[in-house]
Design a protein around this ligand. Structure first.
Ligand code: ATP
Length: 911
């Protein structure tokens, strides 16, 4: 009761909502069955604020910045800076402090950008719901719902606020989020005792629950924090960025590497002090430099920005990522199972053929414009003069929830496109819809459900009896009809064979076929269920709909074929229709089709054999989808599966990448999916796969550049220490290299565009470890090259009589130049980098290189920098030699890449 008081901003309620009659609740909220006016709703929104549950408080910027320092390596560095200070190495301490600060700052900025990008995308799929305002049905963002609003509930909807139900037709809710009960509970509208427990309040629908089946309508009694969910305080939307498998692997690897480096550094320190080649303080500074260069401290931030950029690029291509790991998985997808209607086709339906028991008609016109006519043998006819037609058109108008709205000079469909096409047909036939609906008011409805494939509405008839208007899949209706109505309006035994032939002919042209029937009931019939439609219906006729394929789909399917991705159509439609559409979009010239009924007869081994060569699964139910996902996964295929209905949720959850439709999809499907398609378009899935492959490549490029360069740098110091040689670079210098290259060069790889030929490669094998043989080899190979470069120029410079400071300056510049050239090589992991495109680079790469060049010039020639880093100016000739070394490096690396690809790639399937 206290809840009731809190809820009402517009009324005080002495008793709980579930114990009141619907009319009382409406009264309390100054609402009515036609809904609030727009103005009233706007005022209530002003007063109540958005209908949003509070999210977990995000960490503030200060804490986020502070957390950048909360890292084992940073502690070591801070310790090192303090020790350096104590040991009198003020400059070293300062440089280390600068490295720490810069690293934290970059990490802070990059993380912030990544979070912002992901946040922006999250809001693109905010839930919507259907409300009645000013007696018109509108789809609005769920957070704009206000107390007193009338909300419609359909299968798959998420309840946006707490509702007292005003009507319910076979309404079943999934309340697991609230009560933990996993089975759907039935709802009705009758008042309940005040003491009824929450889980038993069958006349209420609570925020966060889903409509499992049926339809209903309710008045909002509580929003936002006043809802049951808000009060329990559970399930607050936790804003966290989940990690992808690759990032998790990388985190673990980085930690291991950090520990390994610290151990090696400790051993190196002990060894050096024992053999006494280097003074303790210098040795200590050297191992600090070693540790700093080997540990890829900037890597996590670069990886997360790479992912965020990928997610952003996908969103631009209408693919909205809900769960971050899907970004990576998409790149490994080898099977795409897709719906037909709306995904491969435009879902813009036009009725083009009518079939009665002994007459056939064509319909002209396209889209929802009511311009066109009904023709028989090429001649326009007046439907009123053809006895079978008005009854068929009436049933089509009655068993229908769609509307055609005039928007400017065009007509637009609201609701199910197929039902809208029926309204357009009625308009073309000159029917008065309002009059028909007034003459036969709807008592109740059995909504369409993909499992039983028909819809029915109950109406009183002119004789004081009652009848159901039925429309649905032809096979379904033929199975429940015992009679057919002939052109004279008389009922006679149904000619099943004749109908199957007619339906087959329409479907073979790629038309979607819908059948219509009626069934009589006693006058007092008030409710209908699936069991009422098992027999005794009268078949009226069929209609053929044209739903043209989307024009960009054929080329997207071609791309899938070159990328070795198997595309499978899974549809609820007729086998012949689906097969013809599959042929039209180029799925195959002679598509192999299996129906749901055939699938049911197959055991698992038979199905396993069938799925590899099947293009179309027709007349399937959502349960079939789940079975297909499992069958593909048993074959270790990485699978993307589309879905839109509430019953598709299990298959979407189970698929490696569950894809929900943004426009046509239910909230339940979106909730279960990893990715939502803003435009419901198949080609957006293919675009996302392409981006997925790019993101994975870029992540591998970032790793493939960072690890060899960091370890190569570290090896330079390590070798010198172990062999008691003069250090070719000082610890502060190595810190400088690490700082400037990691910041300016490493990050640029996050911006790499898709490599040419990305969609001509087969999908990568999933679950491959990062640190595989290829990467270990790359690290070793590059370390050797870096060592050779560093020591080579060091000794050469000294041999030429240059002082050690100048020699070291040359080494630093050589290492940096080698890293730049290696960056150009890493940019193309699947092809050669020595191409015009490769040399020109991207804007990001060019900015990065320019920054490093300016940095190196300052490092070498600026007196202040010379004082800090103990550097000397170098000659033009030395500069040219350094450049040549860089060029030599890229040539060697490219040759190695080519050899590796030629000899090993085919064998191992790796790059
Ligand atoms: P896809 O699964 O590719 O989206 P689909 O839209 O044909 O294809 P369903 O929505 O499961 O799949 O529809 C299956 C069949 O049910 C349709 O072919 C049609 O015959 C029938 N049907 C679809 N929508 C309705 C409806 N609103 N009323 C009555 N019958 C319908």
């Amino acid at each position: 009761m206290s809840r009731a008081k809190k809820n009402t901003t517009t009324a005080a309620a002495p008793q709980p909502w579930h114990s009141m009659a619907p009319s009382t609740v409406l009264e309390r909220f100054k609402s009515n069955p036609h809904g609030l006016t727009d103005q009233e709703a706007a005022e209530r929104y002003q007063k109540n604020g958005p209908n949003r549950l509070p999210t977990y408080k995000r960490r503030g910027p200060a804490i986020r910045l502070f957390l950048q320092f909360h890292n084992l390596l940073i502690y070591v560095l801070i310790g090192a800076a303090l020790l350096s200070l104590v040991l009198g190495h003020g400059i070293d301490a300062l440089v280390i402090a600068a490295v720490v600060l810069l690293n934290a700052l970059i990490g802070f900025i990059q993380e912030g950008q990544a979070e912002k990008a992901l946040d922006a995308i999250r809001t693109m799929i905010d839930p919507h719901c259907s409300v009645l305002r000013d007696n018109c049905r509108h789809s609005i963002a769920a957070d704009h719902v206000v107390p007193g609003d009338i909300v419609f509930l359909d299968a798959g909807d998420r309840v946006p606020a707490d509702l007292r139900l005003l009507s319910s037709h076979a309404l079943h809710m999934d309340e697991a989020a609230l009560t933990g009960e996993s089975l759907p509970v039935e709802k009705h509208t009758g008042s309940l005792a005040q003491s009824t427990a929450l889980a038993d309040r069958s006349n209420m629908a609570y925020t966060g629950s889903y409509v499992a089946s049926g339809q209903g309508m309710g008045v909002v009694v509580a929003t936002a924090q006043n809802t049951q969910l808000g009060q329990i305080g559970t399930m607050l939307q936790k804003v966290e960025v989940p990690k992808t498998p690759l990032i998790i692997q990388m985190d673990q690897f980085a930690r291991t590497l950090a520990l390994l480096t610290l151990s090696v550094a400790a051993i190196a320190f002990l060894y050096t002090t024992l053999i006494g080649t280097t003074p303790v303080a210098d040795a200590f500074m050297a191992v600090i430099g070693l540790a700093v260069s080997a540990i890829p401290e900037g890597l996590p931030a670069v990886l997360s920005i790479t992912l965020a950029l990928g997610v952003q690029r996908m969103a631009k291509r209408h693919a909205i990522i809900r769960r971050l790991p899907a970004v990576e998985t998409l790149g490994a997808v080898s099977v795409i199972c897709t719906d037909k209607t709306g995904t491969l086709t435009r879902n813009e339906m036009t009725v083009s053929a009518l079939a009665l028991s002994d007459a056939a008609y064509d319909v002209t016109g396209a889209g929802y414009e009511p311009e066109g006519a009904i023709l028989q043998d090429g001649q326009t006819i007046d439907p009123a003069g053809h006895p079978g037609l008005p009854a068929l058109l009436e049933v089509a108008a009655l068993c229908n929830d769609a509307r055609i709205r005039k928007s400017g000079s065009t007509h637009v469909a609201e609701g199910d496109p197929m039902e809208a096409a029926l309204i357009t047909l009625a308009m073309k036939a000159g029917q008065d819809l309002a009059q028909i609906r007034h003459q036969f008011p709807r008592r109740t409805a059995l909504p369409f459900d993909a499992r039983h494939r028909f819809m029915a509405t109950l109406h009183p008839d002119a004789q004081g009896q009652c009848f159901a208007a039925i429309k649905g899949a032809p096979e379904k209706l033929l199975a429940i009809c015992t009679k057919e109505r002939n052109a004279q309006g008389e009922d006679r035994p149904i000619d099943l064979a004749g109908w199957h032939k007619k339906i087959g002919q329409l479907a073979a042209q790629g038309q979607r076929v819908l059948a219509f029937a009626v069934k009589s009931f006693p006058a007092d019939k008030q409710e209908i269920s699936v069991q009422d439609f098992e027999t005794d219906a009268v078949f009226l006729g069929c209609m053929g709909f044209i739903d043209p394929p989307r024009k960009e789909v054929a080329s997207a399917i071609k791309d899938c074929h070159t990328a070795s991705i198997h595309v499978v159509m899974i549809t609820g439609d007729h086998a012949a229709t689906a097969t013809e559409i599959a042929r039209q979009i180029g799925l195959s010239n002679t598509p192999e089709t299996i129906t749901g009924a055939e699938l049911d007869r197959m055991d698992d081994p038979a199905l396993a054999a069938a799925i590899t060569k099947t293009d179309v699964f027709a007349r399937t139910t959502p349960e079939h989808k789940l079975r297909l996902v499992e069958a593909f996964q048993k074959q270790k295929r990485v699978l993307a599966m589309t879905g839109d209905g509430v019953n598709d949720a299990p298959a979407l959850k189970r698929a490696d990448v569950g894809v929900a439709m943004g426009k046509k999809g239910t909230e339940a499907a979106k909730q279960a999916a990893d990715m939502v398609l803003a435009d419901d378009n198949f080609s957006s899935i293919v675009a996302a796969v392409r981006e997925g492959r790019t993101v994975y490549d870029n992540l591998m490029k970032v790793i493939g550049w960072t690890l060899p360069t960091s370890i190569g740098e570290a090896m330079t110091i390590l070798i010198a220490l172990f062999f008691g040689l003069a250090l070719p670079v000082t610890p502060v210098q190595i810190l400088w290299i690490n700082m400037i290259t990691a910041v300016a060069l490493g990050t640029t790889l996050a911006f790499e565009p898709t490599e040419p030929g990305t969609m001509s490669r087969p999908p990568r094998k999933s679950g491959r470890p990062i640190l595989d043989g290829a990467l270990i080899w790359q690290v070793l190979f590059l370390s050797v090259l870096f060592l050779a470069g560093a020591f080579g120029v060091f000794y050469k410079a000294q041999a030429n009589g240059l002082p050690i400071e100048a020699a070291r300056t040359i080494v630093v510049n050589t290492l940096v130049v080698m890293e730049i050239f290696y960056l150009f090589s890493v940019r193309y992991i699947h092809g050669s980098s020595i191409t015009l495109r490769g040399v020109i680079g991207t804007k990001a790469v060019l900015i990065g290189v320019a920054l490093v060049a300016v940095g190196q010039l300052a490092f070498t020639y600026l007196p202040a920098m010379q004082a800090v880093f103990d550097t000397r100016p170098i000659s033009l000739v030395d500069g040219a030699i350094i450049l040549l070394i860089g060029i030599a490096l890229i040539v060697i690396v490219e040759m190695e890449k080519k050899i590796r690809r030629t000899f090993f790639a085919r064998k191992t399937g790796k790059i």
